[in-house]
Write a new protein. Structure first.
Length: 221
């Protein structure tokens, strides 16, 4: 496997993407990963083949990334902010030791570390709010499970492990309207009944969340 950072030109703009070449891959793939364009291709692919594939999807990805920039979820600085259930809440970032009980976050030399620790603290601060919504829907759907975990996840909003009686929710849901959190909770609770994505599963989700598709689209922003 080989990895490269690449660029191409589109309508006068330079577009950056990460390219992964794999010996055992047979087709081209493209996806958005944390606001970065990730492309993978068979190792024998030529550069023009890869770029031709990217151009088929590039406009869609640029529109999505530009839309995401309009809906920034947090700003690191002083003053800074974090969106809490779709409302900007003032926060502070500092080099000093952070308090455990308020919206003051520690600055680390690497941005990635600052963000990672910010989400860890947000998960501690708002786990009670998540649990309230989970308990609300457990009562309505007449379902139960033993273990709830709140943490940052890169690619999933929630995960259900029916055999372990466990559900994991992504703390990043905190940034969106509370209806989006509810839709993910309903989705994961539904897996306790249907451990798949069958038609019955989808009908069951829509029974409790008729606007599920609307909230699912919003979570793509």
């Amino acid at each position: 496997m080989q990895k490269f950072k690449k660029k191409l030109s589109y309508k006068g703009e330079t577009v950056e993407y990460n390219l992964t070449l794999r010996d055992n891959q047979r087709s081209f793939r493209i996806r958005n990963d944390n606001d970065k364009i990730e492309v993978s291709a068979p190792s024998h692919s030529s550069e023009w083949e890869i770029e031709l594939f990217i151009y088929k999807y590039i406009e869609k990805f640029i529109k999505m990334l530009n839309l995401r920039k309009q809906y920034i979820k947090f700003a690191i600085g002083n003053p800074g902010f974090v969106k809490i259930f779709d409302k900007e809440v003032a926060v502070k970032f500092t080099d000093a030791v952070e308090s455990k009980n308020d919206l003051v976050f520690k600055l680390y030399p690497e941005l990635e570390d600052t963000v990672k620790h910010m989400y860890k603290k947000l998960a501690l601060l708002y786990s009670g709010e998540f649990k309230k919504r989970v308990d609300h829907w457990k009562a309505i759907m007449q379902l139960d499970f033993k273990n709830l975990s709140i943490k940052e996840m890169k690619r999933k909003w929630g995960v259900c492990y029916p055999q372990k009686s466990k559900i994991v929710l992504n703390i990043r849901l905190l940034h969106y309207p509370i209806e989006c959190l509810d839709s993910v909770i309903i989705h994961e609770l539904a897996h306790l009944v249907y451990p798949n994505h069958s038609k019955d599963f989808k009908y069951y989700v829509l029974k409790f969340c008729p606007k599920y598709k609307t909230y699912n689209e919003l979570l793509k922003v």
